[in-house]
Ligand binder design. Structure first.
Ligand SMILES: [Zn+2]
Length: 260
């Protein structure tokens, strides 16, 4: 069996999302189960365009309570439960998304929570999702309950790093990844708090040594700097394969990893 990934969108951060400089909508993974991660604005539209059926999603994962990651979440819950008629699927998310934390969230209404089994994840949580295992990882982000995801498939581990500053603890948690997905919001020479820049990504990659890294979650400055140029620089600097994800990009992971 081949594990398949599809980038529904590669945009992130405020203005890139507002102007849709890159699409938003998260990541779709199929590996015996169907997983949707971070359904930001437009997720449902891009699913339609790429022929992904929202009623077939088994697990919806939401890393944190910022709108570029959660806005289509409730629609996905309706899709997964076939309009609320069938209790199926599961929603796994940060505490902020499900319960609210301080003045952040929640992002999913009580009604939508009543439709679906759900659980809030904390770093270190480990769950079996049938053919894959899910591990929640830490993040250093303005939503203090943000979690990243490590998906252990029969073909190897996919690390989905959530929005974060560079931190030893976060890097350590992603060791062993075959595919590393990094939210590189900022290009070189423009690092900001709570996010990764291209320089941070190089540090991250050197410690993980993945087979391939995909940059995604591009802010407006990153889009203008051209993610492909930043990814090429990171590849030269780190010595490991790095690609900038494109909207709609497909990746297959079997004995080899191929990109379409
Ligand atoms: Zn965020």
């Amino acid at each position: 069996m081949i594990t398949k990934l599809r980038f529904l969108g590669t945009g992130g951060g405020r203005f890139s999302t507002i102007f849709q400089s890159r699409a938003t909508g998260g990541l779709y993974i199929e590996s015996g189960v169907k997983i949707h991660i971070d359904p930001g604005p437009g997720a449902i539209l891009h699913m339609k365009n790429y022929g992904i059926n929202p009623t077939k999603i088994d697990y919806l994962l939401i890393s944190h309570c910022h709108p570029d990651h959660y806005t289509d979440g409730e629609i996905l819950v309706e899709g997964m439960t076939q309009g609320g008629r069938k209790r199926r699927g599961m929603l796994l998310a940060s505490k902020s998304v499900l319960e609210g934390v301080g003045d952040i969230g929640p992002a999913i209404s009580k009604y939508h929570k009543s439709l679906i089994n759900h659980k809030h994840l904390s770093p270190g949580d480990f769950l079996n999702l049938g053919p894959v295992d899910l591990e929640a990882t830490p993040s250093v982000h303005s939503d203090p309950t943000t979690v990243g995801f490590k998906i252990h498939t029969p073909n190897g581990t996919i690390s989905y790093v959530a929005d974060t500053s560079l931190s030893d603890e976060v890097v350590e948690a992603h060791k062993g990844a075959r595919i590393l997905i990094l939210p590189v919001t900022r290009p070189r020479n423009s690092r900001i708090d709570w996010h990764l820049s291209t320089e941070d990504a190089v540090e991250f990659i050197r410690k993980i040594e993945p087979e391939i890294t995909f940059f995604t979650h591009f802010g407006l400055k990153m889009v203008r700097a051209e993610p492909e140029i930043e990814a090429y620089w990171a590849q030269e600097k780190s010595g490991y394969r790095v690609m900038a994800a494109k909207d709609g990009m497909r990746v297959s992971m079997g004995s080899r990893i191929t990109v379409k």
